[in-house]
Design a protein around this ligand. Structure first.
Ligand code: FAD
Length: 323
């Protein structure tokens, strides 16, 4: 018995969501007194692979096969399921990323496993059960599911589990798997980036706007601030509900969870549902004209003032600093 974690890479490098998933899988392995095996597919460097040991992976199966250089759902699912069988892993963990959402159910079918997609906390294994809290209805609710099958697949919601660093060394082992011929019915020929914008769940800095900004026409200064800081844009729920910003920017309990090093909240009151998705940010800066706004209670730095005066001053100061 062991736990297997699929370590997704982007451009042959691992992202924060992968380290979170390794840390999470390592904790599940700890719950079950077993070891954690990672599988990596693609041309990831030895140094990058070895770094997985820092998060609890004891062995890394490295699949480097020309046929698997671009992501093919069916083939990757076959390879991961084959690795699970080889290692006798009855729990498979992956990040609930865009590709993870396609992979998890396919792996579950191949292993005849129960699936908890979008888990937000460690499984509760008390009284011999295996209970997982996961998001449901596109993040609008949580579901508590019990996985009753022998094999289990869990995909972890990004930013819902903290990266935990350990001091362990990982052994790298080549794993010659390539999927089945029938897995290659659609093959990616080229990937064209549609945007250079920073992806919100992975962002190091997030600049977020709320209803205090009054309307979509006032987002110019928010975008300028984010651009200067290399930050991703986010917003509160009413802002996206009103159509001022796209739903993809909505953060909080029913939106995306973020965990950046710096979260700047502009004209956001700090309702508990908003905080649920942002409070694990390392440093929180709040700009609000109401000194009683609840957000100040969790802020590391607070600026009491009108956003329409404070933000332009902040932009000017950053420009001066950069000049
Ligand atoms: P408001 O509460 O209206 O706050 C606006 C703030 O702007 C105020 O604090 C005000 O003082 C300040 N302000 C006004 N003018 C200025 C100015 N000129 N300069 C500076 N500050 C100014 N909300 C989320 O964000 N994410 C969620 O995921 C989410 N999920 C929810 C789930 C449920 C089931 C429910 C019931 C609610 C949920 N909400 C969520 C809504 C949440 O309860 C709040 O209503 C919402 O977060 C408030 O958004 P806001 O702070 O932008 O607006």
């Amino acid at each position: 018995m062991s736990v297997l974690i699929y370590t997704e890479n982007v451009g042959w490098e691992f992202k924060k969501s992968t380290f979170e998933a390794v840390s999470y899988a390592s904790a599940i392995a700890g719950q079950n007194n077993t070891n954690l095996v990672a599988i990596s597919i693609g041309d990831v460097s030895k140094a990058e692979l070895t770094a997985l040991g820092k998060y609890g992976a004891e062995k890394i199966l490295n699949v480097s096969n020309a046929k698997l250089k671009s992501f093919i759902n069916q083939a990757y699912a076959s390879v991961i399921a084959e690795a699970a069988k080889k290692e006798g892993a009855d729990i498979v963990v992956i990040a609930n990323s865009f590709s993870g959402r396609g992979l998890a159910p396919r792996i579950a079918v191949k292993l005849e496993a129960g699936l908890a997609d979008g888990a937000v906390s460690l499984p509760d294994q008390g009284s011999g059960k295996f209970i997982v809290k996961k998001t449901a209805f596109s993040g609008k609710a949580f579901a508590i599911v019990e996985l009753t099958s022998a094999n289990k697949v869990i995909s972890l919601t990004p930013n819902s589990y903290k990266v935990v660093e350990k001091i362990e060394t990982a052994v790298i082992e080549d794993f010659a798997a390539e999927g089945n011929a029938s897995d290659f019915k659609a093959v990616i020929k080229e990937i064209v980036r549609a945007t250079d914008k920073v992806s919100l769940p992975d962002a190091d800095i997030v600049v977020s706007g709320g209803r205090g900004l009054k309307g979509p026409e006032n987002w110019g200064m928010v975008e300028e601030l984010a651009g200067l800081l290399g930050a991703a844009l986010a917003c509160s729920k009413p802002v996206s509900d009103n159509g001022w910003r796209p739903h993809s920017e909505h953060v909080g309990q029913t939106g995306i969870a973020v965990s950046p090093n710096l979260y700047i909240a502009i004209g956001i009151s700090g309702a508990i549902q908003h905080l649920a998705g942002v409070s694990s940010s390392k440093v929180i800066v709040v700009i609000n004209k109401d000194p009683e706004a609840p957000f100040f209670k969790v802020a590391d730095y607070g600026i009491v003032g009108d956003a329409f005066e404070v933000v332009p001053k902040l932009i000017a100061a950053i420009k001066e600093y950069k000049a």
